[in-house]
Design a protein around this ligand. Structure first.
Ligand code: DAK
Length: 258
């Protein structure tokens, strides 16, 4: 089977590109496994400080591969046995900051994959949606939860119940997308953002995204407690001394990740 993911290292960033253009980057088990393996490998590499996850101009990913036997002939028992969720979890567990760079379609599992990332940016051509309702199902890789946390109950319900596609601008209006970039430069613009993030102290960056995720997955008290401990912990890092010294000396900080 040819690789379905292309990894390009441009230290301190790396680009993980989904590569099944003939099916609008539809996600089968191989793609999800390869994205997970690629991102886990990059996560373990201290030279990589931000990962861009992307597709091509026409599609970030058009969702699960709905023509494959694993989808067409699936039963509850076969899905339990396949345990695809475990493969998605590998991607979610990545601690290096991730930027989803979306051009074209991010539908169903494609939209859910983007929402696993820490930041979502889009080309002006991007189209987001959760069209699973048209197949007689509902989002199954986090869409009902993450879209609701991003956009609120009423917007999420409308999108999930109609299955309609929304533009990059509407996705920005509902809080899903942070920046809408011109079609001619979207990937370069996304990489420029990744490079800005990659310049920051990596330990602080990891703890920042973990703390932000806590706001989704825990109570306010537990989240505040996590934030407080993470904040104190960073006072033990050389990068904190470097950041403060660079500010006082009016020079650019050079963070080492320790
Ligand atoms: N699966 C398989 N093939 C797809 C595909 C998909 N999702 N999307 C597109 N393709 C194929 C088309 O069949 C077509 O193939 P040929 O006919 O050329 O052989 C080719 O890609 C080009 O597509 P179109 O001709 O349709 O191109 P258009 O530009 O006109 O339209 C489109 C693009 C993306 C709007 C349209 O193809 C479309 O509506 N696609 C289906 C989108 C969709 O319904 N996605 C949701 C799938 S359900 C879970 C994990 C994940 C999930 C659930 C659970 N767990 C961990 C438990 C995810 C579920 C889903 O995503």
């Amino acid at each position: 089977m040819p690789d379905t993911v292309v990894v390009t290292r441009e230290e301190p960033i790396a680009v993980v590109q989904i590569n099944r253009p003939q099916v609008r980057n539809a996600l089968n088990e191989q793609v999800i496994t390869e994205i997970g393996e690629a991102m886990r490998g990059l996560d373990a590499d201290p030279a990589i400080r931000c990962i861009v996850l992307t597709g091509d101009e026409k599609a970030f990913a058009a969702g699960a591969d709905i023509k494959e036997a694993a989808f067409v002939g699936a039963t509850p028992v076969s899905m339990l046995a396949q345990d695809l969720t475990a493969k998605w979890e590998v991607i979610r567990r990545v601690k290096t900051p991730t930027v989803a760079a979306v051009s074209g379609y991010a539908l169903g599992g494609g939209c859910e994959l983007a929402m696993i990332c820490d930041v979502i940016v889009a080309s002006e051509t991007a189209k987001f949606g959760q069209p699973e309702i048209n197949l007689g199902i509902i989002p199954g890789a986090g869409g009902t939860q993450r879209l609701t946390r991003a956009a609120g109950k009423w917007v999420a319900n409308e999108l999930i119940l109609t299955g309609r596609h929304i533009t990059a601008q509407e996705a920005k209006d509902i809080g899903l997308v942070v920046h809408v970039y011109p079609a001619a430069s979207w990937l370069e613009d996304a990489k420029a953002l990744a490079r800005v993030i990659a310049e920051k102290p990596p330990v602080a960056a990891r703890l920042a995204t973990e703390a932000v995720d806590m706001a989704w997955s825990s109570t306010l008290d537990a989240g505040l407690e996590f934030e407080r401990k993470a904040f104190y912990l960073l006072f033990a890092t050389e990068d904190k001394d470097e950041g403060v010294d660079a500010f006082v000396s009016k020079r650019k900080a050079r963070f080492k990740g320790r």
